[in-house]
Write a protein that binds this ligand. Structure first.
Ligand SMILES: [Cu+2]
Length: 193
């Protein structure tokens, strides 16, 4: 049985060679190339929100740009906005910054898959995790951070309650539970759905 099968295969291979040559050299070669041209990427969504401090004063703005698979946040803060140094920043579950003294109404981190907190945590990260941001000596800041938590993903930031961007008093150590030792919530931006 085996020699027969081998022989049939070689016949097929030999017959297909001229066809392959025609595809590579003839006009047919162009057609497959056009068929594989990438589809136009869907436009990214862009949303903007004021960042307020514990006194309810607007200290700057946050602009989130993203798709179903990514979110990039640009933070722009005026002089005097934040204490000098590194600060944790996260996506929290609810677009509510109305309790300005503590910003607890923004709830915990976005975390649809029940992961541990921390970009360096072997059981993490949760979907709210972001790298730290740095406030200049005068308290101003211009920064961009990114995440694979999708801006328009219903299982990400596109959830029904919107989301909040929360800045903490201290840097996130990316591993300690529940928020990496980032401490009090000192600024908040509510991104309504
Ligand atoms: Cu947080």
């Amino acid at each position: 049985m085996r020699p027969v099968t081998t022989s049939a295969c070689s016949v097929r291979a030999t017959r297909s060679l001229p066809l392959l040559a025609a595809l590579l050299t003839g006009p047919f070669f162009i057609a497959p190339a056009l068929a594989q041209a990438p589809a136009a990427a869907p436009a990214a969504k862009v949303v903007k929100a004021d960042i307020i401090n514990n006194e309810g004063k607007t200290i700057g703005s946050a602009t989130a740009t993203g798709t179903e698979r990514v979110t990039i946040v640009r933070v722009a803060l005026a002089a005097g906005a934040l204490p000098h140094g590194w600060h944790g920043i996260h996506f929290h579950q609810v677009a509510n910054c109305s309790d300005t003294a503590k910003f607890m109404d923004s709830k915990g981190h976005v975390n649809h898959h029940d992961k541990a907190h921390g970009l360096l945590n072997p059981n993490g990260p949760d979907q709210g995790d972001l790298p730290n941001i740095y406030a200049n000596a005068d308290g101003s800041m211009n920064a961009e951070v990114s995440s694979t938590t999708g801006l328009t993903d219903k299982d990400g930031l596109g959830q029904p309650g919107g989301f909040a961007l929360v800045i903490h008093a201290s840097p996130d150590d990316f591993i300690t539970q529940p928020i990496g030792g980032a401490g009090a919530r000192i600024a908040c931006a509510a991104f309504k759905p």
